[in-house]
Design a protein around this ligand. Structure first.
Ligand SMILES: *Cc1c(COP(=O)(O)O)cnc(C)c1O
Length: 218
């Protein structure tokens, strides 16, 4: 089977499962990290508009070649932020006020921003503590340039996925009482996007179910 047919079949399969799981609008972000730009070009031809990357260098390169909505969902390093703010349209992983200050300093265009929350309060997979979400959100709301889109999380390895997503849904609902515009919930990857949707995810980030498995170190 050629690559286009393979990607098309996988994409259609994922889209069908999303449609079955969702009673609300869900944005599918295809995570192309570690895959070549030729795959991004094929997916763009197949109608994909949203791509996600975890690394600045890869995102910078691919976004120059393929115009689309580019999402950054990796852990943020300060020294990469200047570049990330240039190519990304959406950042899913803001968890530190200092990073937002740098974003404001480097701004070239408006960004949609999701705040990443850590569900176990630890920082292994990124994310702010629940109580720190509110001051971050206030800083974004004060900026005239950028939009607070919602909350993002990656379930901790130590937690049952169901428990993690139920907790995330509650955190998001509480958060929206203060920030009603932040209606996005970025949650769900290849292994659990249908479950995440059942807990209210509006943005799913799916890589390997569409592109195949990545080499472990990447
Ligand atoms: C890699 C990654 C994804 C996609 O993971 P798959 O399991 O390949 O679908 C989604 N979100 C984040 C934060 C990631 O790092």
């Amino acid at each position: 089977m050629n690559r286009k047919t393979e990607l098309e079949n996988n994409l259609n399969d994922v889209k069908k499962k999303i449609a079955t799981a969702a009673k609300h609008d869900v944005t599918l972000i295809v995570v192309t990290k570690s895959f070549p730009v030729s795959d991004v070009e094929i997916l763009r031809e197949l109608g994909v508009m949203d791509f996600g990357e975890n690394r600045d260098a890869e995102g910078a390169e691919k976004s120059q070649i393929v115009p689309a909505t580019w999402h950054f969902q990796g852990q943020i390093q300060s020294n990469k932020l200047k570049s990330i703010t240039q190519w990304a349209n959406v950042i899913h992983s803001l968890d530190d006020l200092r990073h937002f200050e740098l974003i404001e300093k480097y701004t070239t265009h408006a960004l949609s921003i999701f705040l990443q929350v850590s569900l176990d309060g630890a920082h292994h997979r990124g994310g702010a503590k629940i109580k720190d979400l509110y001051s971050l959100a206030e800083a974004i709301e004060k900026s005239s340039e950028h939009t607070l889109s919602g909350i993002m999380a990656v379930p901790p390895l130590s937690m049952q996925t169901h428990t993690a997503y139920a907790q995330l849904q509650q955190i998001h609902q509480d958060f929206m009482k203060e920030f009603p515009g932040a209606s996005g919930l970025s949650a769900g990857m290849s292994g659990d996007y249908e479950m995440a949707i059942s807990y209210g995810a509006t943005h799913v980030r799916v890589g390997s179910s569409i592109l195949g498995s990545r080499s472990p170190q990447r």
